[in-house]
Design a protein around this ligand. Structure first.
Ligand SMILES: Cc1ncc(COP(=O)(O)O)c(C=O)c1O
Length: 404
């Protein structure tokens, strides 16, 4: 369980104490408590002061070191005991020959869960997404449409251009992770049938949407995008790295979400807690082609059953695990909101899954400086994001991803 940060007021200024956390029963998600002393930023011109518990003004008694929850990402995890046992016991074979029974079983059961004909186990979602684009966009110079903030567009080394020779047309993502449907249609229509434009073949969506703070795409929106795609003969790939978070948050089966898509990638090494692995699912022919693309990218593995076994446990436990993550994120958001901090603010109603976006008011300190302060204390942050939000002016976002 995550304990919320406590706040007090001292001499007219905010006093922040660090978030404290206890290990979850498995204890598998927690990093070791850090012993680095807190640094009181004497030169800091803002009212924010961080104090090490042992150094509280007024001679307060030293307190025991708390456990620390690493909030950078839900990827900062350790396989649970159950996963490790499953890995140790996994029956394996050479998956390159299609002979790893644990991989085969995972692919079959995941395909069913996703309502797809077939699925392919791959090392990462980055690879799954790239393979999907390569399979959907067979002609060099084809075009895909996606959000400007999509992970596939921003954080995957432009693989679709570098490797697949596919051009990206981007639309602005809305705060809820969707794209404006009118804008989408007018963009599609602009180049439709034109020999002057690249051929648009694919729309990529992301659910949950990570840059938007883990927002879940509404099913009605997915239905509309499907109708639009069908009208113009386009296919839809869903980057579902956190699809299971979306399903749990909406209380629907994953297949009800993927029903609107031609292919989907899911990740086992995020909220599901496995050490590695992802999956790409779609119709049979698509997955047969995907197998070739995985080979091309060097993603074929041998006794991958040891990884598939952990992924299987992640899938079996996902409902409980993700529900708990979401509750933790909500509690955390509520706690930060209740602080009423002049620096960090939060919209609790935007916390739908396992991420919390904190707006950092730039008057006293930038998100980057806040991250530095936090880094000096016990809480780590995503510096990548800090670089990005620094570019905007006043209200800046910084995501905190909940782990368990
Ligand atoms: C939405 C989304 N898609 C894809 C990825 C890439 O996943 P992987 O690290 O497995 O390549 C991430 C990673 O954080 C992600 O958040």
């Amino acid at each position: 369980m995550l304990r919320l940060p406590r706040v007090g007021r001292a001499a007219g200024r905010s006093l922040f104490l660090p978030p404290r956390a206890q290990a979850s029963p498995g204890g598998s998600r927690l990093g070791p408590a850090q012993t680095k002393p807190w640094v009181v930023p004497a030169s800091c011109s803002c009212p924010l002061r961080w104090y090490r518990a042992a150094g509280l003004p007024g001679g307060a008694q030293p307190q025991p070191q708390p456990h620390v929850v690493d909030l950078r990402s839900e990827t900062v995890t350790r396989p649970s005991a159950q996963m490790r046992q499953a890995m140790a016991r996994a029956e394996v074979g050479d998956d390159d020959y299609g002979e790893d029974p644990t991989v085969n079983e995972l692919q079959d059961s995941a395909a069913k869960l996703l309502g797809m004909e077939a699925a392919l186990f791959v090392p990462t979602v980055t690879m799954a997404n790239l393979i999907a684009v390569m399979c959907h966009c067979r002609r060099r110079g084809a075009q895909l449409l996606l959000g400007r903030e999509a992970h596939l567009h921003v954080f995957e080394q432009g693989g679709v251009a570098q490797v697949a020779g596919v051009h990206s047309q981007v639309l602005q993502d809305l705060p809820d992770g969707t794209m404006d449907l009118c804008e989408m249609e007018s963009t599609i229509r602009e180049g439709y049938g034109s020999r002057y434009h690249p051929r648009l073949e694919l729309v990529c969506l992301e659910n949950t949407h990570s840059s938007a703070g883990g927002r879940v795409l509404p099913l009605a929106y997915l239905r509309e995008v499907r109708l639009l795609a069908d009208r113009y003969g386009l296919r839809i790939h869903l980057d579902g790295a956190r699809l299971m978070n979306a399903a749990v948050a909406q209380g629907v089966s994953p297949a009800q979400i993927t029903h609107h898509c031609d292919s989907v990638s899911i990740c086992f090494s995020k909220g599901l807690g496995a050490p590695a692995g992802a999956l790409l699912a779609g119709h049979g022919e698509f997955v047969a082609e995907a197998w070739r693309m995985r080979k091309l990218l060097g993603g074929g593995m041998r006794q991958a059953g040891v990884l598939a076994a952990a992924a299987r446990v992640g899938l079996e436990c996902m409902e409980e695990t993700l529900r708990r993550d979401h509750e933790n994120a909500r509690s955390f958001a509520q706690g930060v909101w209740e602080l009423g901090s002049p620096i960090c603010s939060i919209d609790p109603s935007a916390v739908e899954t396992n991420m919390v976006l904190v707006k950092v008011a730039g008057r006293w300190l930038s998100p980057g400086e806040l991250c530095e302060l936090m880094q000096l204390s016990w809480v780590k942050s995503l510096f990548v994001r800090c670089q990005k939000v620094k570019k905007t002016q006043t209200h800046k976002h910084h995501p905190i991803l909940e782990t368990y």
